[in-house]
Design a protein around this ligand. Structure first.
Ligand SMILES: [Zn+2]
Length: 109
């Protein structure tokens, strides 16, 4: 069977390895309460790498990829917030009388 070998980083011919587990045992949840993934151990005929492939419904993978994009967006926002916080901290650390902008802190009652 043609699969993407994680070692070769390209599509190669792979052979399924004989499994000791039953078909039922090879169905595993990715996380508690999520769709079950079917695990299959494969052997790459090009490099000999043994790896485990997971079969999932396409919409589950697409949903995971969408979350991945959202996570990347949040990481960028967090990096920007840290940068702004660091700039504000430098402003606050300047000695009194400096003409730099001041950060005003409002405390909620
Ligand atoms: Zn390989």
């Amino acid at each position: 069977m043609r699969r993407w070998c994680p070692q070769c980083q390209q599509a190669t011919d792979n052979a399924p390895l004989p499994e000791m587990a039953s078909e039922e045992e090879r169905l595993r949840p990715l996380r508690c309460g999520t769709s079950l993934a079917y695990c299959r151990r494969l052997y790459c005929l090009a490099c000999g790498h043994v790896w485990t492939g997971l079969e999932l419904p396409e919409q589950v993978v697409e949903s995971l990829l969408a979350r991945d994009g959202e996570l990347e967006r949040l990481r960028r926002e967090l990096a920007m917030a840290r940068l702004l916080l660091s700039k504000n901290q430098k402003t606050l650390d300047k000695p009194a009388g400096d003409a730099g902008p001041k950060l005003r802190v409002h405390h909620a009652a």
